[in-house]
Design a protein around this ligand. Structure first.
Ligand code: FUL
Length: 653
């Protein structure tokens, strides 16, 4: 299916939360303009093949009138309790020729029985409702999150379960197979399903990506990311990411919708790396996809179509270094014949071979697409792509695995021939399709940081482009001020920038960063480690960890230099892949004198492990000179505490 959508919609939509606790009021659910047809139309026009809906998220609220709980749409004011979002979604999918998928959270922070054996019956009853009453379901999605604490029918406690045994997945899978034999199972907790998570929600799978894992045993994050070359089960990768930073709708993210270059990047790092692409749309409280998200999705669909509109390799003359039994049914031409059921194959013992395509005349291209014939498994371990430029062969790209589809990106090259060299394979080579394309240039926005001294530093994504910026909130154009190097600033600041190509006149989407107080006079107290300045240096790539002696609760105390009016704080954890020391439970204190501390905020950073985004917390305005971020728990259950950035939000203009 290549690409399909997620929609996140629940009570969280009305509380601005990422994870509901399970006690949120059902009366909040009242989408005035709910229109699942708008969701379906957007996804269809963006080129997607299906939609997976959060029928029940961790808070336990059900978007369908389940017989087994009161915590559902049936007790909400929406349509006087007569509505069913899953039904409306199913109808809209049918109308637009899309498949329907179901997200049913195994963790339920509302149900009183969660943690007991009774809950498994409840879970299966709900699954049965969903897999019986809404027509064919193509995928079920069992989120692995199990945070522990919750409302649980009023118990308000922490309940822990063993993710590998509690749900008795084997029997749940049997139920799914019985009710929906063609449905694939996505599961990252316990028994292997048919599809796997890729170990990050940032929108990419490993450059090496095997569609294999072992059917039993533990699967660490890195194995999810790269697959397992000699695994014994076919568990293809699915890259899930949101069109905004978070999964649910938050008005504050209206300016953070992924741009076209970011979406294209995700495309190349998912579908272009042998994975499917599951793109999430957060639904707004009124029941619609925001028009910015809709616009971004349509632009994206159009750009993908444009990039792959003309295949320069189709029905061109081909030659291969080896053809299975010299039989023309396995000849090189089968890789460029537009038929994915025919393929070029080599003799059994031939695991290195090349295939040359004669483009007929000097031709410019910048993308190379290759597919293995997947019904015969995934085989290729390494390959290169060469172009014949002015009579000599030049390597333009190299990579490891291929699988269902692999797309390589390289700077435009003008050549008369292109050659695929398979340099290592698990078995003889079976290639069903090759494509060569000249995708239009899409410029990527630059990144903006402000260092501790107040200097603005803008980094273009590629060296050729020129950066233009504004400081007055206006939209930058190629006639705005040119960025020539870091410059000094003071006070609150709104910086907007674009990258422009002076030769083509094209420009990137705009990037905007808002900076609060300058941090020149800030000091981290009680720490002698110089590296601690990484917390204040404005650079998300530098991370500092408290030393080995720090034991939970771990405090980070900062002197702001003078009294400020504070109304919130920001915490950026290590944003890399599987960064250590990510705080999940925190308290935030302020003080006038570094002696008497006042607790102004506490809580959890929901979903921070899988999606290590900047966390923004607001509280009632308070004047203070000192701040203290206290870590109570991290994602690993140890004492490691790390920070890429800590910043405050002030209430002064
Ligand atoms: C995560 C969840 O905890 C998020 O809230 C979201 O639903 C995402 C798709 O999966 O693990």
């Amino acid at each position: 299916m290549e690409s399909y959508a997620f929609v996140h919609f629940s009570l969280n939509t009305y509380t601005d939360q990422s994870w509901g606790f399970g006690n949120e009021d059902v009366n909040l659910f009242n989408p005035k303009d709910l229109d699942c047809r708008q969701w379906a139309r957007t996804c269809k026009e963006a080129g997607m093949k299906g939609i997976i809906i959060t029928a029940k998220h961790h808070c336990g609220f059900c978007l369908w009138p389940s017989k087994y709980t009161a915590y559902s749409v049936k007790n909400s004011p929406w349509k006087n309790g007569k509505g069913d979002v899953v039904r409306e979604m199913a109808d809209a999918c049918k109308e637009y020729g899309l498949k329907l998928g179901i997200y049913l959270s195994p963790w339920d922070r509302n149900d009183p029985d969660y943690g007991k054996p009774e809950y498994i019956t409840y879970f299966r009853n709900q699954l049965t409702e969903l897999l019986t009453n809404y027509g064919p379901i193509f995928e079920v999605w069992f989120d692995g999150a199990n945070g522990g604490s919750g409302y649980y029918g009023g118990a308000n406690e922490t309940r822990t379960i063993d993710r590998t045994t509690y749900y008795d997945w084997k029997n749940t899978y049997a139920l799914i197979h019985k009710l929906q034999p063609n449905c694939v199972i996505w599961n990252d907790g316990g028994d292997r399903g048919d599809l796997r998570w890729v170990g990050t929600e940032a929108g990419y799978v490993g450059e090496t990506n095997w569609s294999l894992l072992n059917a039993t045993g533990d699967v660490p994050y890195n194995m999810l990311h790269y697959g397992l070359e000699n695994g014994n089960a076919w568990v293809a990768a699915e890259v899930n990411t949101s069109i905004r930073p978070e999964w649910f709708y938050h008005p504050a993210e209206d300016t953070k919708v992924k741009t076209l270059p970011q979406l294209m990047d995700t495309y190349y790092h998912s579908i272009g790396r042998n994975a499917t692409f599951l793109l999430n749309f957060p639904i707004m409280p009124n029941g619609l996809i925001n028009e910015r998200d809709e616009k971004a999705a349509l632009e994206f669909g159009k750009a993908v179509k444009e990039a792959f509109a003309v295949d320069l390799a189709k029905i061109k003359k081909t030659a291969a270094s080896n053809v299975r039994g010299n039989n023309k049914d396995f000849g090189a031409g089968k890789a460029v014949d537009s038929d994915n059921d025919t393929y070029w194959a080599t003799d059994d013992d031939v695991k290195t071979a090349s295939l040359t395509i004669d483009l007929g005349k000097p031709t410019t291209f910048n993308r190379f697409l290759v597919q293995e014939y997947i019904p015969l498994g995934q085989r290729v371990k390494a390959f290169t792509v060469e172009a014949l430029v002015d009579g000599s062969w030049k390597e333009v790209a190299n990579a490891t695995t291929i699988g269902y589809k692999r797309i390589l990106i390289f700077p435009s090259v003008r050549a008369t021939k292109v050659r695929l060299n398979i340099t290592d394979s698990k078995s003889c080579i079976v290639i069903s399709n090759i494509g060569v394309y000249d995708a239009p240039q899409i410029l990527t926005a630059p990144s903006i940081i402000r260092d501790q001294s107040g200097k603005i530093i803008v980094n273009p994504a590629d060296k050729e482009s020129v950066v233009y910026y504004t400081l007055d909130g206006s939209a930058p154009t190629t006639t705005s001020k040119k960025y020539t190097g870091p410059f000094q600033t003071d006070g609150k600041l709104d910086v907007k920038a674009i990258a422009g190509d002076p030769t083509t006149g094209k420009s990137s989407p705009e990037v905007e960063e808002k900076f609060d107080l300058p941090r020149k006079d800030w000091r981290i107290l009680g720490i002698s480690d110089e590296k601690a300045n990484a917390v204040l240096d404005g650079d998300p790539a530098t991370v500092w960890h408290q030393g080995k002696d720090a034991k939970m609760p771990v405090d980070l105390v900062i002197d702001l230099g003078k009294e400020e009016s504070l109304s919130g704080f920001r915490y950026l954890p290590d944003p890399g892949l599987w960064g250590p020391g990510i705080i999940t439970t925190y308290q935030f204190y302020v003080s006038a004198d570094n002696k008497e501390w006042k607790l102004v905020d506490e809580g959890e950073f929901s979903n921070i492990k899988n999606n290590p985004l900047i966390q923004i917390k607001n509280f009632a305005a308070v004047k203070a000179r000192y701040i203290k971020l206290r870590a109570l728990k991290n994602t690993e259950g140890n004492d490691n505490t790390g920070y890429a950035e800590v910043d405050v939000i002030t209430s002064q203009p």
